[in-house]
Design a protein around this ligand. Structure first.
Ligand SMILES: *[C@@H]1O[C@H](CO)[C@@H](O)[C@H](O)[C@H]1NC(C)=O
Ligand SMILES: *[C@@H]1O[C@H](CO)[C@@H](O)[C@H](O)[C@H]1NC(C)=O
Ligand SMILES: *[C@@H]1O[C@H](CO)[C@@H](O)[C@H](O)[C@H]1NC(C)=O
Ligand SMILES: *[C@@H]1O[C@H](CO)[C@@H](O)[C@H](O)[C@H]1NC(C)=O
Ligand SMILES: *[C@@H]1O[C@H](CO)[C@@H](O)[C@H](O)[C@H]1NC(C)=O
Ligand SMILES: *[C@@H]1O[C@H](CO)[C@@H](O)[C@H](O)[C@H]1NC(C)=O
Length: 504
């Protein structure tokens, strides 16, 4: 009786101890998770566990930091446990990645002394297969190692104390609908889920794998009927191991749950961290093509506008003569003339000749161009040539001498007509600028001419104009009919020359 009570107490207490030590955790991402990492393993900023990166011949380990009780301390039997995790393997090259990863139950946290490459960071050449290892692992192997009798380069295996699997199968899952085996590609980069379940009563280890969007298949890919008790120590560490070789992959774990003496909590897929984007960023065509083209276009528009602006400025640039500084600008803007004559186009041309070109103002029907004599050439270069000097003479007379605008807006008088009328009437001096005669004006070019007969006036009769006929069109006609002779005779008078040289 006493014996029975002692046994009962013992059983109850051991059950209580087991229950109190039952580990149960779930990680939906590993942000601020206390994991023991070594090698290449790291937690990314968004909570991914990245076991390896693209560094060759390296290992990476991530372990739950605390030891886990796996065996009943009374009879030494391994407990029932279950674990599930979501992983993704991004290979270094589209069809070649290495070497793989494994869920591992080990006596130490970091598997010190283990090798990369085909050893998957689990074993090394001297301890591989040794019963003293006490390592149980489920490998996701992406390289076929002939030395270890690997099935292929895309398999799932159960490893006990050595890298040569005691059970293996090509990656795949049995469909719930028809029971058919569907292949999976481990290095597809796609998220997949693994379930590892050990039944301590049945003494059976099952491994199941499925795509992320497929519910756990009821039929496991691997089923190993074996008591794990001899292989496991009472206290073990659980975690992941991974390695790279000449070929490499980034091995990611997105979420992980584990439960001792029960079924691991299901992972909420929607709460898992996002994997890095696959391949080059899928930026919109607007960003990759549209934006650069737009920027380039804007740049060219800007450059064209600036250069157009500069050319336009140069085109319409005016060179102020020294004397103009005293008397104020006595000229039309070349720009205005240019616009009024439509770029000195032939359509608005009334006449041309030694006097230069005369235009009609398309809006007012009056002559704009009377003094548009400042031929484009002159305006551009600021220099008189034989083709511009004739009109330059006119300019000095009518912009300078009269002190009047070519067309007086108030009186609607065309200056040329008006001056000619004065000339023919023998009272050309009436047309002079009232300012002339002041001290300041004495230094102005042309002042000598008009100061009162110092130089005899040119004979207007040279023009052979009928006195009565003075509408402006006649002037044009005249200019048309005496193109060169007039220009020459006028332009080479001492008067014009003195004027021109004096103006510069
Ligand atoms: C790989 O990870 C290790 C450890 O985090 C780091 O030191 C190394 O720079 C990484 N290499 C690359 C290529 O990302
Ligand atoms: C992580 O776990 C280890 C082992 O239990 C412990 O020593 C360490 O203090 C923990 N670190 C943090 C930040 O909690
Ligand atoms: C192999 O691994 C074991 C256990 O991790 C270690 O004690 C041993 O030193 C390693 N051997 C070599 C040759 O690295
Ligand atoms: C297994 O490992 C133990 C301890 O490390 C060692 O004493 C033994 O010789 C190894 N056995 C073999 C077959 O290598
Ligand atoms: C699945 O994979 C196995 C092993 O690689 C192969 O023999 C089989 O043809 C594959 N089945 C399909 C449907 O691809
Ligand atoms: C393992 O799989 C077998 C066969 O499908 C099944 O009978 C058994 O219940 C499973 N055990 C566990 C622990 O899932």
């Amino acid at each position: 009786m006493v014996f029975k009570i002692v046994v009962l107490v013992h059983i109850l207490s051991s059950l209580a101890i087991a229950a109190s030590q039952d580990l149960n955790f779930i990680y939906s991402g590993f942000r601020s998770t206390n994991l023991s990492l070594d090698g290449l393993a790291q937690l990314t900023s968004n909570g991914l566990l990245r076991l390896t990166n693209e560094t060759r011949q390296q290992t990476g380990h991530a372990f739950y930091p605390n030891p886990v009780t796996f065996k009943n301390s009374i009879d030494g039997s391994a407990f029932t446990f279950s674990s599930t995790f979501v992983f993704a393997i991004r290979p270094g090259y589209a069809t070649l990645g290495g070497h793989g990863m494994a869920f591992v139950i080990a006596p130490t946290r970091g598997l010190p002394g283990s090798l990369p490459s085909q050893h998957l960071g689990l074993f090394n050449g001297s301890n591989n297969g040794n019963q003293t290892n006490h390592v149980v692992a489920v490998e996701l192997d992406t390289i076929r190692s002939v030395d270890f009798n690997d099935l292929d380069d895309n398999h799932v295996g159960i490893d006990i104390n050595g890298i040569e699997s005691v059970r293996d199968a090509s990656a795949g899952y049995y469909s719930q609908l028809n029971g058919k085996l569907t292949n999976l590609t481990l290095i597809s980069g796609q998220r997949m889920q693994v379930w590892i379940e050990y039944d301590g009563m049945e003494k059976q280890l099952n491994v199941t794998i499925a795509p992320i969007d497929v519910d756990k298949p009821s039929r496991p890919l691997l089923s190993l009927p074996r008591d794990l008790s001899p292989y496991l120590n009472s206290n073990m560490y659980i975690g992941f191991s991974s390695s790279t070789g000449s070929a490499f992959s980034s091995h990611y774990v997105l979420g992980w749950s584990f439960k001792m003496n029960g079924q691991a909590e299901a992972l909420d897929i929607s709460r898992l961290p996002k994997l890095p984007r696959l391949g080059p960023k899928k930026t919109s065509k607007f960003l990759t093509i549209g934006l650069p083209v737009l920027c380039l276009s804007l740049f060219f528009v800007a450059v064209s506008s600036v250069s157009y602006g500069i050319r336009r400025r140069r085109k319409f640039a005016e060179v102020l003569e020294d004397w103009e500084l005293d008397f104020g600008p006595q000229r039309f803007k070349y720009k205005d003339l240019y616009i009024a004559t439509k770029g000195f186009g032939d359509k608005e041309l009334l006449g041309s000749g030694g006097f230069g070109r005369v235009y009609k103002d398309p809006q007012t029907t009056h002559v704009v161009g009377t003094l548009g004599y400042l031929a484009p050439e002159h305006a551009r270069t600021g220099k008189a040539t034989t083709s511009t000097d004739v009109f330059a003479f006119g300019a000095f007379l009518l912009e300078v001498a009269s002190g009047r605008r070519p067309i007086q807006p108030a009186e609607d008088v065309i200056l040329v007509d008006w001056v000619f009328a004065r000339w023919l009437g023998g009272e050309i001096l009436e047309a002079r600028d009232p300012n002339l005669g002041t001290e300041k004006a004495k230094h102005a070019p042309g002042s000598a001419v008009l100061r009162g007969g110092d130089i005899p006036l040119p004979d207007i009769s040279l023009l052979r104009l009928p006195k009565s006929d003075l509408p402006f069109s006649r002037f044009d006609d005249f200019a048309m009919s005496y193109p060169s002779s007039m220009g020459k005779s006028f332009s080479h008078t001492s008067v014009s020359e003195s004027l021109l040289s004096g103006g510069r």
